[in-house]
Design a binder for this molecule. Structure first.
Ligand code: HEM
Length: 540
């Protein structure tokens, strides 16, 4: 290969100059004629290359779009007033605070240059409309979630042809439909009661985030993986999931294959997961009665792509991993916030309990929750939705612009109409992001946005119905596929928890959102004291 390249360049130099036989000869002759020492020339070229590298790295991102109507670029940080790197420090110190600051300074559309990448933020419902209405050909997910490929494995969601991905997503959607959720609720109840009996007992103190994390994975495994996996392989699945999860570190999005211990453990865990589910699948094929047919694993096993090719074991495992990643942290964090916020607001707590009484008050103590009961728990539903509004799990959700994307903001009737109407063209190649943590705390979108007020979602206020305002589960084409499952899972667990125990927060202060983490969770004291209620019926 090297010989071929040298021969080609020699031939090129000879053809171009008609005289020199090699590139070295040409360069040496040039230096000799001008009396430049090769060492000086090497240093000078090094400096030029170094400058070009930095120009490319830092300035390209700042100038792109300047002459084509691109959004304003954030080039200065009042918080860290150091040329060029101040913006980077501010961004990495707290992206959430920086996005909020830039919204105040620049309005709903602005670009933050991060090294040679450009992150263009759309804040507020008017700007967010573009993000959620665009199809994959305009704003694509693929490059953004590239770093998840080593976790999910080959041929899964972002690493497969569009037509295969459609089949995979369609099957996921089928597995999370209402008729499935009806079957899942008794399973979630069974799992929750077993856990509470074994782990909590009659009274004590727990770290709620830890307890709800365990309950989330237990209930998800029962519904998604099936009884055979939950009963016999749960410990192994949990350990492997843990290694996969720990393999997602802050540098992973920038270098997903970096040869670090965390990544090596992640890769090994994925292969072991494939082996484990490979055995389960084989046993189920030999003996179909091992599954009651309601779990998502069984659905995935039946996938055939449009060209008739059956799905592989590795792909089935990848899809199961993808669902665990999508639902585990998000649901456990949301249930933790919901419990803390409800117990912190006595008026909300009283209404949640009154609703439990109204829905289940006539039922006996051993009553098993039904789908219809959970649907009737509107106050609990809105309490969860409001917890997710105030404490969403993502600082940002991203796409990449595949072609220039025009966008007009501050139009008449919008929340920012006091600023001049502007049309921007987001340049091709920009990473485009919306920020649930910032945008759902804007007073211009949600009244008294800093107040926990679940009834903002009840009729007639229904603030979540403002188009593109509520981002707890994303929106548009790629809105969360598991949101109904998440509501059912969290509401079932919390309904049981509130009916079974009197709960009191150990610290009077609420935890704070940990905006530094990849998935934003509560930071601070999450401990709860609990005492079993004496009941004769389902509620009292
Ligand atoms: C409270 C819990 C949850 C929250 C806050 C949440 C949030 C989100 C958000 C914000 C997105 C959009 C991501 C984007 O636009 O790039 C999303 C997508 C998704 N979620 Fe969830 N999620 C939750 C639970 C679940 C559960 C339990 C599952 C499955 C069992 C699930 C499956 C998915 C899937 C498959 C997608 C990708 C949809 C697509 O790209 O078309 N989620 N979720």
């Amino acid at each position: 290969m090297a010989t071929t390249t040298t021969t080609t360049s020699t031939a090129f130099v000879t053809a171009a100059t008609g005289y020199y036989e090699s590139l070295e000869e040409l360069v040496l002759d040039f230096l000799e004629e001008r009396d430049i020492a090769p060492r000086t020339a090497a240093i000078a070229s090094g400096i030029v290359l170094w400058c070009l590298f930095w120009w490319f790295l830092l300035f390209r991102a700042r100038w792109t779009g300047y002459f084509t109507g691109g959004p304003p670029v954030v080039c200065w940080s009042p918080r860290f007033p150091i040329p060029i790197i101040g913006v980077l420090i501010e961004f990495f110190y707290s992206p959430h605070q920086m996005i909020r600051r830039c919204y105040d300074d620049y309005g709903p559309v602005f670009t933050i240059p991060v090294f040679f990448k450009r992150l263009t933020y759309l804040v507020g419902p008017e700007a967010q409309e573009l993000f959620f209405r665009a199809n994959d050909d305009l704003l694509s997910q693929n490059e953004v979630y590239d770093f998840m490929k080593p976790v999910f494995g080959p041929g899964v969601v972002y690493d497969c042809p569009k037509k295969n991905r459609q089949v995979q997503f369609q099957t996921m959607a089928n597995g999370l439909r209402a008729n499935r959720l009806k079957v899942y609720i008794p399973k979630i109840e069974q799992e929750t009661r077993r856990y509470l009996q074994q782990e909590l007992g009659d009274a004590g103190e727990v770290d709620l985030l830890h307890t709800l994390s365990e309950l989330t994975i237990l209930t998800a495994s029962r519904c998604l993986h099936g009884d055979d996996v939950r009963e016999h392989l749960f410990k192994e699945v949990c350990e492997l999931y843990h290694d996969l999860d720990k393999g997602l570190v802050p540098y992973t999005p920038f270098w997903p294959t970096a040869p670090t211990t965390a990544h090596k453990k992640r890769d090994a865990a994925r292969l072991q997961m494939v082996e484990l589910f490979g055995d389960v699948i084989q046993q189920r094929r030999e003996n179909p009665s091992r599954s009651d047919g309601t779990d998502i694993l069984q659905l995935f096993m039946g996938i055939k792509y449009k060209d008739g090719t059956p799905i592989t074991t590795e792909e089935i495992t990848g899809l199961l991993i993808a669902l665990l990643f999508a639902g585990q942290h998000t649901s456990c964090i949301t249930s933790t916030w919901t419990t803390h916020l409800i117990t912190h607001h006595q008026n909300v707590f009283d209404k949640v309990m009154a609703e439990q009484e109204a829905v289940l008050g006539n039922q006996p103590a051993d009553y098993v929750l039904q789908y219809e009961d959970v649907q009737k728990m509107e106050m609990l539903h809105n309490s969860m939705r409001e917890a997710l509004r105030m404490c969403p799990t993502f600082i940002m959700v991203m796409r990449r612009a595949e072609r220039p994307a025009p966008l007009t903001v501050n139009k008449k009737g919008s929340a920012t109409e006091d600023r001049p109407t502007k049309t921007y063209v987001i340049p091709k190649g920009d990473f485009v992001a919306v920020s649930p943590t910032v945008s759902m705390r804007l007073d211009t979108t949600f009244k008294n946005a800093e107040t926990y007020d679940p009834e903002r979602f009840s009729s007639p206020r229904e603030e979540h119905k403002t188009p593109y305002a509520y981002l707890g589960f994303g929106g548009g084409l790629h809105s969360c596929m598991g949101q109904n499952f998440a509501f059912v899972q969290v509401k079932t667990i919390l309904s049981i928890l509130f009916r079974e125990y009197e709960m009191e927060r150990v610290s009077p202060d609420l935890p704070n959102p940990g905006y530094e983490d990849m998935v934003v969770g509560p930071v601070g004291n999450c401990r709860m004291r609990y005492k079993k209620r004496q009941r004769t019926g389902a509620v009292n």
